[in-house]
Design a protein around this ligand. Sequence first.
Ligand SMILES: [Zn+2]
Length: 176
Amino acid sequence: MQHTHQNINRAEAPAWGATSPYFTLRELTASATAERQGIDNTPTTAACHMLAILVERLLHPIRLAWQAPIIVTSGYRCPELNRLVGGTPHSHHLLGCAADITAGSRQANRHLFDLIQQLHHAQLIRYTQLIAEDNYRWLHLSYVPSDLRGQSIVCQQPTPVTTDDVPAEVTIEDSS
Ligand SMILES: [Zn+2]
């Protein structure tokens, strides 16, 4: 007798609970800085849970609408890593509630930013903050379930002036 869950490919489902084929726990915790400095950036159980929510409620639906690769340059950061990359002490990255993403260029990130806002206005997604950092060099996106304020900010300055971080790890092609 076949089990009712026969159609779910358990081998490919991430062990952390998120079911998106586009985003892995590894991608959301990888850090060149952590590797260089020998820091163990393994997320706590709570952070792991929040990362799965971030993927299922935000990153996955956005990726489906975008229909092209979205690269996570920084997701979860343990406190030590967050200090090293210059993150603020209360950064959402510490909780597993934020990801820095890029579509590959400032121009593409501008379109992605607009798409995320459209999805939000159409009430297809909700988010806490959407920040275009350093004039669209990358997008900071956060999902804090208790605070889905839907705030979007464009920072023109090379150094972010708002609430978050300076990921030193972002290396993308500059289209301008
Ligand atoms: Zn960020």
